[in-house]
Design a protein around this ligand. Structure first.
Ligand SMILES: Nc1ncnc2c1ncn2[C@@H]1O[C@H](COP(=O)(O)OP(=O)(O)OP(=O)(O)O)[C@@H](O)[C@H]1O
Ligand SMILES: O=P(O)(O)OC[C@H]1O[C@H](OP(=O)(O)OP(=O)(O)O)[C@H](O)[C@@H]1O
Ligand SMILES: O=C(O)c1cccnc1
Ligand SMILES: [Mg+2]
Length: 488
């Protein structure tokens, strides 16, 4: 995909918070830069008050890491930075160190399109402390947004119950980057196509589109406009019927549809963009069916989201293609996922030392150590996720999972149950070992992965909480580290 290279033609190493560089410098000065560390990227709450989250953004993360280096322009920019006293902020020897720095971390991550839950690691980075630190901001930037949008798209596609959702968000998206990443993530989440032509070109996403009111308004009458459009694009006729009067608009579409049919072409459908979408879609369906256009689709748009779509389904509307823009690509009801990136262990004299950040709020206490996630299935249905220490006691017959926030919530899973480990090897010592699936496969995986979960976790409001617990050994380690830290 090479989005970074195609868009910026340069290094993205400075796409970070300044404090990552001040820490990087201080790590280097104090001789800690090359100490080995492990960081985990995770979020604390499913977005949109939902019951699941869809991972996205790994492809960008891979490109970012592979391209990770400071080029001469970056270095001269850093070299000229001055502190308050007017002296150079960073020593020349540090700038030289950055020049030679090459990405050499191990990265394990859940694949794009995976169903994921709060507190589980999404990405685990192990490597020189300085590199792990510098990756914090860009990895969060990429993952927070794409995961959020893929999740919103998955909710919207669930509400569409198998019908096509077209992503129409470009005009309302958060800038150029936001639009491109949103179109990509929306496709991963389940949308069928985008109106964003550049996203189509860059990512290979199907592109689709109808026409706007301006097309109709540029003619003296609606019928003339439909006829001219049919003349120009006989294979792409979805007529927007609501510019003046939706019912008359459908009549005009039928008239032009009949003329098209005489030429051996078929009208694809109509689009309704205002008014009561349930009422008008049902009227349009009836009129189209009576005129022999049973296969013509009814596309609806106008500030749709999963809740309005759910309601339109309950109202038995006849909409069968959903155009969704603003509320999808801006993640309208929750503008950030809130994922974080925390140090969980550091190696001292060849030994991993687990680390916790203590907080008054137990939700903010991170999970220490070198951990991974295992998903257990019962009769093919996902049952619980276990966060466990990779080098811990994993040879038990059954595992006790303890909720990281409320330790009274516990659950047992059998070792012999079907299960899979969610973090996959992506990079080993800076070398990519992961074969990226193409974007269509990722989209299919999202659908297949969601199908493994009970519908109680997928309902739009008040979902049943899916169990994610710390394996007992890890829970005990975390508790003892917290008590130890509090005693300090
Ligand atoms: N039957 C329906 N049930 C629930 N929501 C609906 C229904 N029909 C339309 N909506 C939604 O109600 C909102 C209507 O918004 P608004 O009043 O701004 O549009 P409008 O007046 O119909 O059209 P416009 O202002 O674009 O001409 C939209 O979000 C739309 O998706
Ligand atoms: O409503 P969204 O989910 O964002 O979908 C995209 C919208 O963009 C277009 O019109 P635009 O909103 O530009 O103009 P309009 O609202 O006046 O129709 C289109 O007709 C949709 O209404
Ligand atoms: O193709 C469409 O119908 C379209 C594209 C962008 C925004 N609204 C509608
Ligand atoms: Mg609009």
């Amino acid at each position: 995909m090479k989005i970074t290279k195609d868009l910026y033609q340069s290094s993205l190493a400075l796409l970070t918070d300044f404090y990552q560089l001040t820490m990087a410098y201080a790590y280097w000065k104090s001789g800690k830069a090359e100490e080995e560390a492990v960081f985990n990227l995770f979020f604390r709450k499913n977005p949109f008050q939902g019951g699941f989250t869809i991972a996205a953004g790994l492809d960008y993360v891979i490109d970012y890491c592979r391209n990770f280096h400071f080029d001469e322009q970056d270095l001269s920019y850093l070299g000229q930075m001055k502190g308050k006293s007017g002296e150079a902020m960073f020593e020349v020897a540090f700038i030289d160190y950055l020049r030679e720095m090459r990405f050499s971390c191990d990265i394990d991550a859940v694949e794009e399109g995976s169903v994921i839950f709060p507190n589980s690691p999404l990405i685990r980075v192990k490597g020189p402390l300085i590199q792990c630190q510098l990756l914090e901001t860009p990895l969060l930037n990429i993952t927070n947004f794409q995961t959020l949008i893929a999740t919103k798209a998955a909710r919207i596609t669930l509400a569409a119950k198998g019908e096509d959702v077209l992503e129409f968000g470009l005009r309302r998206a958060q800038g150029i980057d936001g639009a491109l990443a949103a179109s990509r993530a929306a496709y991963i989440g389940g949308c069928s196509a985008t109106s964003n032509v550049m996203a189509g070109k860059l990512f290979g996403i199907p592109v689709s589109g109808t026409h706007a009111h301006s097309w109709i308004m540029s003619f003296d009458s609606e019928i003339e406009a439909f006829k001219a459009y049919a003349e120009a694009l006989p294979d792409n006729c979805v007529f927007l019927v609501d510019t003046y009067d939706t019912i008359k608009g459908v009549e005009h579409a039928i008239e032009v549809g009949k003329a098209l049919r005489e030429k051996g072409k078929e009208m694809l459908g109509v689009r309704i963009d205002s008014g009561d979408l349930a009422y008008y879609s049902n009227r349009a369906r009836q009129m189209l069916d009576e005129a022999g256009f049973e296969n013509a689709k009814i596309v609806a748009s106008n500030d749709l989201d999963e809740h309005i779509m759910f309601s339109l389904k309950v109202q038995e509307s006849s909409i069968n293609v959903w155009g969704v823009g603003t509320k999808l690509v801006t993640a309208y009801d929750q503008p950030a996922l809130g994922a974080v990136y925390k140090l969980s262990a550091i190696k001292k004299e060849g030994k991993w030392i687990p680390k916790v950040k203590v907080s008054q709020q137990s939700i903010k206490i991170n999970i220490p150590g070198f951990h991974n996630v295992r998903r257990f299935y019962k009769n093919g249905v996902a049952n619980a996720d276990m966060i466990f220490l990779e080098n811990g006691t994993n040879d038990k017959k059954e595992f006790l999972l303890i909720d990281p926030i409320d330790p009274t919530k516990r659950k047992k899973v059998g070792k012999d149950w079907d299960s899979e480990v969610l973090l996959k090897n992506i990079f080993v010592k800076g070398e990519k070992v992961y074969q990226r699936p193409d974007i269509h496969t990722i989209r299919e995986n999202t659908k297949a992965n969601l199908a493994k979960f009970d519908k109680a976790h997928k309902r739009l409001v008040n979902p049943h909480i899916y169990a994610v617990g710390l394996e007992e050994t890890l829970y005990n380690l975390r508790t003892s580290l917290v008590l130890e830290a509090k005693a300090k």
